[in-house]
Ligand binder design. Sequence first.
Ligand SMILES: [Zn+2]
Length: 305
Amino acid sequence: MIYNKRMLNNLRKILTITVLSGSFTALSASPIETPNSPSNEIKQFCKELSNKLGTVKYQGCLTLGLQVATTRSVEDRPLTYREYVPETIESVPKRPKGRILFLSGIHGDEYSSISITYLWMLAMRKHPESTGQHWLFLPLANPDGLLGQRPSTRMNARGVDLNRNFPSPDWEQLALPYWKHFYHKNKRRYPGPEAASEPETKWLVETIERFKPDAIISVHAPYGLIDYDGPEHATPDNIGGLEHKELGTYPGSLGRYAGEYLNIPVLTLELRAAGTMPTEKEIYNIWQDIEEWAELKLKRKETDF
Ligand SMILES: [Zn+2]
């Protein structure tokens, strides 16, 4: 059963406003629903983000209710998050909620993945209860990669590919040799001097330990597919027009660390282009399929109690 109609309707409305007309006036004029006014730091963050990404609007970003983590990026930018907790809502059947960690922008030059997450968070803002899941969004895991340099970089400010820096048990033995021999020291895949050497990676690891997600969804571009690592029961079908293909994992990748080592379902969305957004219909379809996946494939958790 899908009971997310209100959020999907809201998403449809947002997409119509932002994608079709290219204007955000109608939404940004609506009352701000977050309990506290955004801090100066969030204002600065939203300013930088909206200057960089055409889809992200300053006023819209302010309404997301972003929180700032205590850990900061290498260049001292805030690491931001937003939790959506559906517990108090009557319309949702009483059952243990899935906890889903939603990550984007771990690679700073994959613009579409960050923009699409922003749109989904706007939709979530109005009806967080409608999915029945407990979401934790980290909309920009590598802010220095996106905002620190022109052009933006895949890596963080120290040139580390954060998606090779996770402390998988084989990191010490394999990460650097693998980078040297398989990637011929390609700078875009540098795993770092040691496992979890980067503050951004440490923060992601701590977040996983603290939040204990039932699933992790990570958005990337531009391979145009779905990848999955983790327990069999949550293996996805296609998501939107993206087909499920196994890419495999690497020493220090999120898939190897969280999917294979911690046995958490890790769903990776690879959008088709880094610089161009999917169509409105595709954005909508992807979200709908993500919710269906969470609803159907993570259901096993109900019997764990
Ligand atoms: Zn990526």
